[in-house]
Design a protein around this ligand. Sequence first.
Ligand code: SF4
Length: 753
Amino acid sequence: MANPGTTIEAIAGEFGPHLSQSTGMRLDSTLVPDKVVNTHCCFCGQQCGIKLLVKDEVVVGFEPWYDFPFNEGKLCPKGVKRYLQGAHPDRLLHAYQRDTNSPNGFRALGYDEAIARVASEIQRIQDAHGPHAMACLSGASLTTEKCYLMGKFARVCLKSSNIDYNGRLCMVSAGAANKKAFGVDRAANSWADILKTQLVWISGANIAECAPITTDYVWQARENGAKVIVVDPRITAIARTCDLFLPIKPGRDVALFNGILHLMIENNWLDHDFIAKHTVNFDEVAAGVKDCSPSRTAEITGIAERAIRTAAEWWGEAQSSFLLHARGIEHHTHGVQNCLGAINIVLASGRIGREFCGYATITGQANGQGGREHGQKCDQLPGWRDLGNPEHRAHIAKIWGVAEQDLPPPGVDAYEIFRKIDRNEIKGLLSICFNPLVSLPDNNFVRRMLQKLEFYVAIDFFMNETARYADIVLPGSLHEEDEGTVTTAEGRVIKINKAVECPGDAREDWRIIQDIAKSLNRPHGFTFDSPREILEELRVASRGGVADYSGITYERLEKEHGVFWPCYSEEHPGTPRLFEPGTWNPVANGNGPFYFPDGKARFNAITYQPPAEVTDAEYPYILTTGRVISHFLSGTQTRRIGPLVDQCPEPYIEVHPELAGKLGLATGDWATAESRRGTCTLPVRVVTTIRPDTIFIPYHWPGRKSVNQLTISAQDAISKIPEYKVCAVRLKKVPAPSAEELARIEPAARVEV
Ligand code: SF4
């Protein structure tokens, strides 16, 4: 049973989150750094370039990296303060073993002893229950080299089907839709094509908070004369500067995109040549949207008919356009359909694969793109190959030096792994850079499943909330303590550089994984001496696949400020803009720009279906969740950085004045939001920027502050993404908690470093 041996307060007292501040030598303006390291921000998928200043093996500050072309020195608040995660008092410097006799629930143990214990538990579980009884949960903040290694570790070392990753909670709906429509999953264009487009359409993307540098691109486009359309249930910061705002009811995006396509067809705002030459299936889709009249679209989406007509006209008549979307349309049980709806209006316009004509999802995690390409997904092999495809299996098995039949079959998604624990099919878990207790929906279920495990080992650099349930915690590496590559939201592969060594007993994650393999006496394929060696194997493994990295080297990445994949040889320039007429890809083999044998993109017929849980008399309001600018995902890092916590210390409930009036709520009051799965009591913010039928709670916090106590575990049938953006709740005013009660809700001490 993986249970914390003590109270959460006791564990938090020892392992945090404590708050770092800029003090000591970080405040010394005369300090001369020992070195300045060009690298990237550790947080979102924009992967802004940054120069880290290092003194005495501590990252003491940063400088803008003006030459890096994506952000040209600009950073958001998280990037500005990211240097405060290094030399942090909560940094794990040892391995830990759960110890119910210890006041803080854990005792330190030597690294080698910890690895031996992990190996012996894996062996015990696999001997007793078979190879698939061990599961792995990996992360999309890891470098691509580590993601590749994790996929290989699960299939070759553990011989288990059960590996998946936290990108499952992020971009998979867009990925699945891109594969269905284009045959490849990557932003169609680099962000440079936003700058001079005539129209930017942003659906379900709070870019000013979640992808701040993209805001700069959109505003530059506006300076150049572009119009901006924003579709969102909340008037987000980017919505406040747009030309047309469509306040959609959460979960109704298919209806909107179908309604827009209906008007495009009715008004002949179509690129007939492009549709005929480069696509298939338009007629079926056109027939499917016949009934999607503006009045019906307005009724379903809650958007005024006039606004729908204006949006269709602007989209229909534009000469160039760039459509962006993010989790707002992806975190749904119909997330793939939502994305296909967006793609349908792009294809009907013919505005893709040309200068200033583009389409992209905005990846969330640092390596949200690279992390979903090279084999840590449950059904995937490197180079975006398919674990269920005999030819692909044979190709990778040969490179890995194993028999094809020894590779396990495809496994299940990250949430299903927890359901398998419930069904006693999985007994042991290894997680790396994944904090499911905060980030998965209906997390009371997740907690019970962690408690049910026979053995759980967590690899991380801080004791995250899930790791508190671990039997063994292994100290992994921070972003600045290792080198490797990541792939940005644009599809640009870039180089992360090491600034400092791992402190104490901490190790680079790829070493830890290999040490476990060796301790299991299964070292075959796990003898790499550096990330560079891993990349060299990945280059070979990806060759001929859709995500072909074979021409990418560390030297090129440094010299060229990144290379866009596919990159077929060291002489190939890379591919900033996919789908340009005349481009070659290994699937179409000269037949056209899209990644299907005929080279044509696919229209996909989609029909509006309501969300998994709709409101009713008992639960009358829609809950939607999302991020704030000061925090990142499950908050393992940002809830430890003092200035970011100062900016946004607590979660809150956003309520429209109309609903607030009905419930007698004012800003500063406390309210309990309750769904069929749990309750969450938080302070209220009354705002005019949200729909009156919807409330919003940001999701970066654990325990009793976690909105994921309320969210529903219903998933998209294809992508398996959970429906974070819609569930039904009720809301009631409650007395403010006492100071004592407040202290019990995730205590955080302020520590200066
Ligand atoms: S969080 Fe994202 S936008 Fe902000 S600095 Fe880092 S990479 Fe750039």
